[in-house]
Structure formats: C-alpha cells, structure tokens
Design a protein around this ligand. Structure first.
Ligand code: 6LW
Length: 565
C-alpha cells in the first residue's frame, strides 16, 4: 500500500495521532474556527475519514472576539483504559484543558481546565505502565526568558480523578540547539525501558524541525539524540516543495512498524494558501533512537507501508511514478445540500455560533443565514460556513436566494485567510440587483468589480481557484427556488464574468501571517444592519479541477523522471 502525502491536505496543522486496536485516530488545531478539533480515523494511515469534532458545543469552547489564529492550539489525542482524552489550549479562553469521551466520535465532555499550574501551550498526556498519568507541555523558560522564544519543556504528574496537576513541575528540556527557539509540541512515550520526548523546535516556519530525547526516569535527566534534528526540511532551501516540517507525533501499528505524523507546508512560488497540512513518514529505531524515513531523511510524496524493509528512495520513486490509482485518493469533490439540521463535520464557522443565525435544514432544504449585521472584517460571529482549501486547483459554486429588500443586505461566497485578508463575491437586491467583488486587504475594502443585473433575487456564483489565482462568475434567475413559488427548475444562461486571474497571494500565510489556511464558503451579512431578511443557500459544491498537486508535485515529476531512466 502506498500512501500519498499529505495524508490530510489543507489547513490541518499540529497533528496528533493514537492507535486503539485496528483504528488510528488523529486530531488537528482549529484556532478561531467552530466546531473545534476535527477527529479523523483510519485503518491504513492512508485513507482518513472525519468522524466528528471534539468541541461542538458553545459550552465547551469560548472563541468570542478571537483573531483567526487565536483560540484552539495544538491538541493531543490519547486513549487509556476505555477513555479517549484530548488535551489542548484555548489561548482565548481558559488555557489548557482536557475533554474526555467513551467514543472518539463523541460526545466529548465539558472541558476540565487545569488552571494556573498549567502554564504555556501544546499540552500532551502520557500514561505509564503503573497507571500514572503525566502532563508534558511547553512554557516560557522558568529560569527567566533570555530572548523571544526561549522556552522549556516540562512534565508534571496529573491526577486524572481530580483532573489536577499534582506534585512538582519538572522543567526537563530547553531545546537541543544553542540559543534554541520555540521548543514546543512535546509528546512523551515509553519504549524498551526508555522515556522518550519528541518535540518541535525552530518555530513553525521554515526552520521548523523535530528533536528527540530520552531518559531512564520520567522526570529526567534527558539526553538529546546525537542525530538531532531527527527531521527537518530547513536545509532544503526555500524552493523545496515541502517546507516548515515539524510538530510530530509517533504511533506504532501493532506489528512493530512505527510512523510519525507531522505538519508541513506546500508553498507555490513561495506563497502558501493551503496552510500547514498533515504528512506522514516511516520511523525505524536504531541504537535506541528513532530514525525518520531511513536512507532518505525527509518527507516524500509517497510512503510504502507494505511492511517491506525500509523503503529506499528508489522504491518510493518507482512506486510514486506508478498510476496514482494505487493511492487512496482523498477525493474532495462534493456537492452539499442542506436537508439536515446538522452541517457536515467538515464545515467551519467562525467563532461561537449565535442562536438562529445559521440554520441548516430550513424549510427542509436550505442553509439559511439570518439577520446578522456582522461582517467578515470584524472579529465577531459572521454568517460564514466554509470548507478548507484542500487542493491547488478547485472550483466552488453555490445557488442562493435573497429574501430581503433591506439595502445593504447581501449573500455570496468568500475566500478567507483572516478577517483582514479575504475576498467577497456578494449579491445584492437593494437598492438594485447587482453582484460585487471586493478584496479586503489589511482590513481595507477595495471594490474589484461590479455587475448590475436585471431584477432578480436568485443567483448562482462560481469561483475557480487555480494555484495563486482565482476567477469569479455569476448568473441570475428571475423566479424563486422555494417550493410553492413558480419554481424555475434551474438557472440557465451564460455565466457572467466579474473578474479573472485575481491574485490570491494576499491571502497567503507569507503575506497575512498566522497559523491558519484559507477557507472558501457561503457568506451573508446585513453589513451593519440586522434588518428583517435572510439568505437561503440551496447547495454548495467543491470540485477538484485537476489532480496536479502543488509543492510535492515537483517531487512527483522528479520521481517520474528518475523512474523513467
Ligand atoms: C502550536 C505550536 C506550533 O501551538 O504552532 O507548529 C502553534 N507548531 O506547537 C500553533 O499551531
């Protein structure tokens, strides 16, 4: 079985993985998005199915007013004696917390906040053979911070009954490099009588890396692996197709084969729109230390998990060049309709949802966005329901109807990096019917184009994203799509072009900063006025336009070239 990287494309950063029986489970950070912390499962590490979200109730998570890259950081998922544990940090409300569940798909408990004793971010849990539970995390250097990013990894015992840190807190590591920055994302394991710590270092940009350390005692002293960093892409140059590799977690498949998941980015021409994605690599143990992708030492487009001896670059290159049907292709094309009251788990809202403002299953068929004055620029709860950018080239389309004559009320599609950096394709019916394309850059709106249309309230919108560019189209229909009205079966007519080849680089991480990736979704707003109307969306589709993938695409071409020799 060949696995293709990334195993989760799009904004799925800070992966954490655990195995329970024949199933692997994985979680990721979600920052200001709601619901928080997606839960995936897989039996083969190749095909991943989202089975739910951990934080799906307002009572579990406060995201009020938080910036796109605040909120929920770096979760860890673990399992012990019939209970699933997720521990994470809400940097916008309460700090480090644990939630539990009997089933990974949930429901998950209300959060147990660990309070003042649990300073810092990136918490993880370790269950020792004697049943002891330990918290390991990152915090500012308790000997006094000498510079920005001067942090320590620390361990403390956790009383699971009381959900409280007990005993002494033990700083154990400060980074393996001289003047190390951002030792973070630690995880604690035990193997062959050694306690192992895996942690990220160098910051989550191009100098990101993963280090290992070990000790015979849980509270140390720990020795760093002489081969650190055991994984990085920092030395491969800025044009290498996968960068920022770091923040890893280890798992074993029950047959003694070890794997690591970690984050990586795939910039195109130096610009990253998909955010930090989840990759996978093989791990073997040599002299009591983990070795990642032996003989290769970096991430690859494909990972051979057929259980053969270590996959050499040649075997991977040959395999990867084969017809890609062998890969469990993460097909992302799908058209969503809204008969159910629950949105599918892959949909993202921004911050805590307000009662009644986004209703799925309205009149049994629509996603209704109601009377919400909030706009995307504010750090509020806008009517925005979106999917992650998952591919280099894709198209999103929707059909909507404005049931409002309030001036300034609109509905449409948005492409979002953050409240300060996004594009909006908005339909209006008052004071006249029009479609407007707006770029919000650095929080400032610029109208890019506008089309005045014959009177009508029903629209279809299409946005084609192709690498670093997007094109925007629309068409309208006179009659309603609501049952009972004289329903047009479907909108025909030619698409009208708002604008083509709009530069999306302003939405890149390199320009906008932050920890999130781009999303594309349905949007409605009263633009500051609540008004009396609403906007109904009949469907929303995401369609992959080509199998080409950015970043690792270069490695595939290289693969094909070499294999052809
Ligand atoms: C996360 C830290 C990191 O808490 O970025 O990549 C931060 N690593 O460990 C936010 O994702």
């Amino acid at each position: 079985m060949m696995i293709r990287n990334p195993i989760l494309s799009g904004f799925y950063p800070d992966p954490s993985i655990c195995r329970v029986g024949e199933w692997f489970y994985m979680v990721n950070s979600t920052f200001a998005y709601f619901p928080g912390i997606p839960v995936f499962r897989s039996r083969d590490l190749a095909c991943w199915e989202q089975i739910g979200n951990v934080l799906e109730r307002n009572s579990q998570v406060s995201l009020e007013g938080c910036g796109h890259s605040e909120g929920i950081y770096a979760p860890t998922i673990r399992y012990y004696e019939g209970v699933y544990y997720v521990i994470a940090t809400n940097v916008s409300g309460g700090g480090n917390f644990i939630v539990t569940a009997r089933q990974p798909e949930g429901p998950w408990s209300e959060p147990y906040f660990l309070g003042e004793k649990a300073q810092g971010i990136d918490p993880s849990l370790f269950f020792d053979e004697d049943g002891s539970c330990y918290y390991i995390g990152q915090r500012e250097n308790s000997r006094g911070s000498r510079y920005f990013g001067d942090c320590e990894i620390w361990i403390q015992k956790l009383d699971l009954e009381r959900m409280e840190l007990v005993g002494e807190s033990h700083p154990v590591l400060y980074g393996f490099e001289k003047n190390a920055v951002w030792p973070e994302g630690p995880h604690l394991y035990k193997k062959d009588g050694w306690y192992y710590i895996l942690h990220a270092e160098g910051g989550t940009e191009r100098n990101h890396c993963i280090a290992a350390a070990r000790s015979r005692e849980v509270f140390g002293p720990y020795e760093y692996c002489p081969a650190n960093p055991i994984l990085t892409h920092r030395h491969l140059g800025k044009d290498y197709p996968v960068t920022c590799v770091g923040h890893g977690d280890l798992t074993e498949d029950g047959q003694g084969n070890w794997y690591m998941v970690m984050l990586g980015s795939r910039p195109e021409m130096g610009y990253t729109l998909l955010g930090r994605e989840t990759f996978l690599a093989k791990v073997v143990w040599e002299d009591g230390w983990p070795v990642v992708n032996p003989g290769i030492g970096r991430l690859e487009t494909s990972v051979d998990i057929s259980g053969d001896s270590e996959s050499s670059i040649e075997s991977c290159l040959k395999e990867a060049a084969k017809e890609r049907l062998e890969f469990c292709d993460q097909e992302h094309s799908k058209t969503y309709t809204f008969e159910n009251e629950e949105l599918p788990p892959e949909f993202l809202l921004l911050r805590n949802p307000k009662e009644g403002m986004i209703l799925s299953g309205a009149e049994g068929a629509f996603l209704r966005m109601n009377r919400n004055p909030a706009v995307l620029k504010e750090q509020a709860f806008p009517c925005y329901a979106a999917l992650r950018f998952r591919d280099r080239s894709f198209e999103v389309e929707t059909e909507l109807e404005l049931k409002t004559d309030s001036e300034g009320h609109c509905g449409g599609i948005a492409l979002v990096q953050s409240n300060d950096w996004h594009f909006r394709l908005e339909c209006y019916t008052a004071p006249q019917t029009k479609v407007r394309l707006t770029a919000c850059q650095g929080g400032k709106d610029t109208a890019l184009g506008e089309l005045l249309l014959e009177a009508g309230r029903r629209f279809q919108l299409r946005v084609i994203v192709d690498g670093l560019y997007a094109s925007f189209f629309c068409r309208t229909a006179e009659k309603s799509f609501h049952k009972g009205d004289s329903q047009d079966p479907q909108i025909e007519g030619d698409w009208k072009t708002l604008m083509e080849k709009v530069d999306l680089r302003p939405l890149s991480t390199e320009n906008a900063g932050g920890f999130v990736g781009c999303t594309a979704g349905m949007y409605a707003s009263g633009n500051g006025r609540a008004g009396d109307g609403y906007v109904d969306f009949a469907w929303f589709s995401y369609k992959v336009l080509k199998k080409q993938s950015i970043g690792s695409g270069a490695v595939i071409e290289e693969t094909e070239k070499r294999a052809a020799r």
